[in-house]
Design a protein around this ligand. Sequence first.
Ligand code: PGA
Length: 250
Amino acid sequence: MRKKVIAGNWKMNKTLNESQELVSKIINGLGNDRKSDVIVCTPFTSLNEVHSLIKNTPVKLGAQNMHYEESGAYTGEISADMLKSVGCEYVILGHSERRVIFEESDEIINTKLKTAISKELKVIFCVGELLEQREKGITMEVISDQVSKGLEGISSKNMGEIIIAYEPVWAIGTGKTATPQQAQEVHLFIRKLISEKYSSSIADNLIVQYGGSVKPDNAGELLSQKDIDGALVGGACLNADSFLGIISSA
Ligand code: PGA
């Protein structure tokens, strides 16, 4: 039985004060809820302070991106060691906003994955098709390509450190959610890909999150699908009540 994992991707939102306020409300509202794992992926500037607030709570910390090199002349970039030094346990890689706006290729994402794993950071690895790809009927090809290129050279042993998040790009921030059936179909497909590439036991243990306009009122039905093991939440994680609402429907 896989545990549900609910992660909030704060994106470029929340100053330091706002972050402290939001995470405090989340911690207070969570109470003894241990049904699902909860991760907050805050902006870089809030990681350190949020880390001290979540100590001794069930909430875990993640970053939204990192560079693939260990250190050096990469103005404006953040390394895996830097993330570890402020208490990060997770990092989101391959988010569609990184792929589309910042033109990150599958190869770059794969290099980042390898660096993160070598530094013992767990990865939330995002994949998802564009609207025109879904309309052309090539969703599964796109997902298969992103999964195989993104996981190139990642060993079976390291698959335990990876969560895959299926986020159809047309559903991100648009209010359009994939139907539970559409999402389930892709999640099952991803699990099959992992089973073929690695093994059925690795596939059975893999957490596959859904992301794209998850809200308290649609989370229950999405999360009740057999292969949907959690959610990667954008807009609705910026408000404690709606994030807690999603967590409680898991
Ligand atoms: P959304 O974002 O919930 O605002 O659609 C999800 C994400 O981009 O991870």
